[in-house]
Design a binder for this molecule. Structure first.
Ligand SMILES: [Mg+2]
Length: 282
């Protein structure tokens, strides 16, 4: 969960750069520009970064599990409407995509095939203790707003990966499981860095995010590599970050660095898990 938030915050400014480039010049950011973030001297967190919808809705799902008897729809709507009423975010954007806002306002069916459910389901991989529950709960946390086969599959792939990784399965085994049951992951990192184009479809962003995790060698490396492929950077880094947390854990230093970016309600919700001495074990 905190890995999701770190990825979201670190990726937030890059998503804006990707979109600006696409609108202004109708092309991707250059390969050279995208891979600058691989340099460890480039800070992941600056005054320009902030939490976005990925973090907000991840907290909604965690709160639903922790305090709301897994009533995902209720918590998604409550968290969503609260943020919509706060107005535009620091990038001058609405906090959510137009389809999700219409869903919040009961003006649209929850039938998105976007990556907006996969980006929020990490708490399910961390909080449930058997695979059957993880699969079922990821479906239940997805269908209120993303009731499409591609979106349900993407959420399940993310939650199952987290569950297996935190239970000690090797990267190789989990990758095989994902390839057998969900996506072929037949990518090349350099090719993605050069040629991947922006997409918020679950089927064209979630497998890339999973792939990047399997190419990583530390939590921070996973986040940097996720951002380096461009596209929907906050969401890709959020998803990669959620797997990276379950496999590598998160350095105390990064936990400290992300803390000022957490909204007070986010900090209060996750503090006993991440910021107290007697942490809850995942
Ligand atoms: Mg976002």
């Amino acid at each position: 969960m905190l890995g999701t938030i770190i990825g979201d915050v670190a990726g937030s400014i890059y998503e804006v750069l990707e979109i600006n480039e696409r609108i202004k010049y109708k092309k991707n950011r250059s390969y050279e520009d995208r891979i600058k973030v691989l340099d460890k001297n480039v800070p992941l967190f600056t005054d320009e970064n902030s939490v976005t919808d990925d973090s907000i809705l991840t907290c909604a799902i965690y709160d639903a599990i922790k305090n709301g008897h897994c009533d995902y729809e209720k918590y998604l709507r409550e968290y969503g409407l609260k943020e919509v009423h706060l107005g535009k975010d620091k990038y001058g954007r609405n906090p959510f995509g137009s389809g999700f806002i219409k869903w919040l306002e009961y003006k649209k069916e929850g039938d998105s095939y976007g990556n907006g459910a996969a980006m929020r389901v990490s708490p399910i991989g961390f909080c449930f203790d058997n695979l059957k529950d993880v699969i079922e709960q990821s479906r239940l946390a997805t269908i209120p707003s993303h009731n499409q086969k591609d979106a349900i599959k993407s959420s399940e792939a993310v939650a199952v990966s987290i569950f297996l990784l935190r239970n000690g399965f090797s990267k190789e085994t989990v990758k095989e499981c994902i390839q057998k049951n969900y996506y072929d992951l037949n990518y090349d990192l350099k090719d993605l860095q050069k040629n991947y184009t922006f997409s918020s479809k679950a089927s064209n962003s979630v497998p890339q995010a999973l792939f990047v995790f399997f190419e990583s060698n530390s939590f921070e490396d996973a986040i940097r590599k996720a951002i380096s492929i461009g596209g929907d950077s906050d969401t890709i880094a959020a998803i990669t970050g959620s797997l990276a947390e379950s496999y590598y854990g998160i350095d105390e230093n990064l936990k400290k660095q992300i803390k000022p970016y957490l909204k007070p309600y986010m900090y209060n919700l996750i503090k006993e898990r991440y910021y107290t001495k007697n942490k809850i074990k995942s």
